[in-house]
Design a protein around this ligand. Structure first.
Ligand SMILES: Nc1nc2c(ncn2[C@@H]2O[C@H](COP(=O)(O)OP(=O)(O)OP(=O)(O)O)[C@@H](O)[C@H]2O)c(=O)[nH]1
Ligand SMILES: [Mg+2]
Length: 280
């Protein structure tokens, strides 16, 4: 399976972001804490090159905390303002606001020198699909101003949102990039749900996911599904199908159904807190 998903609305969105970038003071890039490297879009990196940069490792509630902490330090050492977040929690806004204040300092001083007072800081929220950009904006706004959903491609156009008097946020659609340098990047993006499931073989994807979890978090599959972690992951998928009563007519295990279950449970953090990108 070779994953590639770059529908027309993403080309359009990228163009819109390029046109708006000159208005922007700070780019907040949101990545998925389970794959902080694979979920960074090189096109966004280029666009944001000479802006102040905040990097938020969102969905940290689903990732391996020790690994996430290492990533936070890694990105700090590269000059980013960094936080790990769970955007669905209520208390996250305060620490993010503090970071935004820090990142805005220079701009406000520059404005004052030119006699400009109280011009709002303009922030672009950018990232790949489904990482929680709109959820994050709602948490800052303290209410549901942006539409969210548990599949990629929910936000389709741009939306400016005012946060208090001093901040204007630009919500943008999640964008991927035309060609992944490495096949593994596409696969990890598919695993976390940033690629449209309709173009994927979920069976194949779930077998690869079982492989990774077995290798990195040995024992988790056994504990969760009460099956032996045998070497053949396809056979393991069959065993899980049987355990979960996914049986086709004629008594064959329904591996497609089991694949759906595993992907859903991984994406929801039900099997455990896993990080797929690791720092050596
Ligand atoms: N567990 C967990 N789920 C989250 C978190 N943030 C967002 N979500 C969920 O992730 C899904 C996607 O959130 P959205 O805010 O719609 O993501 P988005 O980045 O705006 O997605 P697009 O508009 O499609 O690019 C939703 O089901 C959210 O409830 C988080 O920190 N932890
Ligand atoms: Mg959105």
């Amino acid at each position: 399976m070779d994953v590639q998903w770059y529908p027309g609305h993403m080309t359009k969105a990228r163009r819109m972001m390029e046109e708006n970038i000159k208005l922007i003071d700070i780019v907040v890039e949101i990545v998925d804490a389970r794959i902080p490297m694979s979920s960074r879009n090189p096109d966004i990196d280029k666009m944001a090159n000479n802006k102040k940069r905040i990097l938020l490792l969102n969905k940290s509630d689903l990732a391996d905390d020790a690994v996430t902490d290492k990533w936070v330090e890694h990105f700090k050492s590269k000059g980013f303002y960094v936080l790990k977040l769970d955007s669905r929690k209520a208390n996250q806004a305060k620490k993010t606001m503090k970071l935004i204040e820090e990142a805005s300092k220079e701009k406000i001083e520059r404005d004052l020198k030119r006699g400009i007072k109280n011009r709002p800081v303009r922030i672009m929220i950018a990232g790949i699909p489904n990482v929680g950009k709109s959820t994050f904006i709602n948490s800052l706004a303290g209410k549901g101003v942006a539409r969210t959903g548990d599949k990629p491609g929910v936000t389709k156009g741009k939306q400016w949102i005012k946060i208090g008097k001093n901040i204007d946020l630009l919500d943008t659609p999640g964008i991927l990039w035309p060609k992944f340098e490495d096949r593994n990047i596409g696969i990890r993006l598919a695993m976390i749900g940033s690629v449209n499931d309709e173009i994927l073989s979920k069976e194949e994807l779930s077998v690869m996911l079982i492989d990774v979890i077995k290798e990195r978090y040995s024992g988790s599959i056994k504990d969760k599904y009460e099956v032996d972690e045998i070497e053949d992951s396809y056979k393991l998928l069959e065993d899980i199908a049987i355990k979960r009563n996914c049986i086709k007519k004629g008594a064959a295990p329904d591996t497609l159904k089991a694949a759906d279950i595993i992907l859903d449970e991984f994406r929801g953090g039900v099997i455990g807190r896993f990080s797929l990108d690791t720092l050596e």
